[in-house]
Design a protein around this ligand. Sequence first.
Ligand SMILES: Cc1ncc(C[n+]2csc(CCOP(=O)(O)OP(=O)(O)O)c2C)c(N)n1
Ligand SMILES: [Mg+2]
Length: 358
Amino acid sequence: MAQVLPAERELRRVIGDGETIPDGEVEGLDADELLALYRSLVLLRTYDERSVVYHRQGRIGTYAIFWGHEAMQAGSVHALADDDWIFPSYRESAIGLLRGMPASTILSWWRGHPAGWWNPADYNVASICVPIATHVPHAAGLAWGKKLKGERACAIAYFGDGATSEGAFHEGANFAAVMGAPAILFCNNNGWAISTPVAEQTRAETLADKAVGYGMPAARVDGADVLAVFEATRDAVARARAGEGPSFIEAVTYRAAPHATADDPSVYIDPERVEEARAGECVGRYEGYLRRQGLLDDALAEEVRAEAADVMRAGIAAAEAEPAADVALLFEHAFVDPPASYASDLAELRRVLGDAGA
Ligand SMILES: Cc1ncc(C[n+]2csc(CCOP(=O)(O)OP(=O)(O)O)c2C)c(N)n1
Ligand SMILES: [Mg+2]
């Protein structure tokens, strides 16, 4: 029988506070890699902040904000190789940017345009998953397939605290553990599932404890510490490559933004905790670290931000330049045998929409 290890309790941290808590170091990360991580963080932050603006301008639809989650996403992706597969939820919608996906593709997804769907094999990034936790079994299955084929790649699935109450999470976790699949279950515990706090979500002391029930090693990290996230994910990747099966990572933050642009958290959230989370947010913390290491100054920070802003300007322009989609696409995959009224219904829809839908 496999030995069951208790989950770690303490949150792993690497970045200090510039005062009483000293900075740690991640072995094997050189200056170029540390700065590449910074570029990824800034790109994600810029994507997120611009998306909220585009939403308010009516240029994209309802949008799931990930402000404050960037370290969990960039830190973990940087620990992967390009042949490892990523299974994002809606909260990681822009993670493909870190694999070279154009911003216009993701913006098109949020515009509900067909140009927002990609071939997952082009980037080893699966489709953005909106149903909670249903992609956990997909990631477990893909990882098992890699093992069966003798390939070295692993799969990582991102999901939230609320997802750990879903059946699909438990099925995926158990399957991955029993099959020894090279999978990483990455839980972003931001304290909330829309308006349901973690305390009302589970009686488990930590979410990492749930992994112990499946015989899976589990680590808890500070989700606003990009280096701690990187290190924990790198450990999990090493286990996966060594044939030691899946790992669970619980990255802990406090949701500092609304669940989505359609949400008003002021009716349920703790404003003091939000302020605290915003003050300790991950991009600023990492900037402080890089400055203390002498790797970042104002000019470079400005250059990186300007590059990211250009990516977004070009991205929204390209997304808006896409010709309107044909409304027939709404029905194309819905019927084997379309009903008798289909042709006249479609003609009526085209008439109502005018040229925009044709
Ligand atoms: C199967 C399913 N049930 C319900 C929903 C509605 N829903 C959308 S987001 C959400 C909360 C998820 O919270 P969590 O897993 O903590 O992820 P977070 O949004 O905090 O990243 C719910 C219940 C859904 N998308 N899918
Ligand atoms: Mg959550």
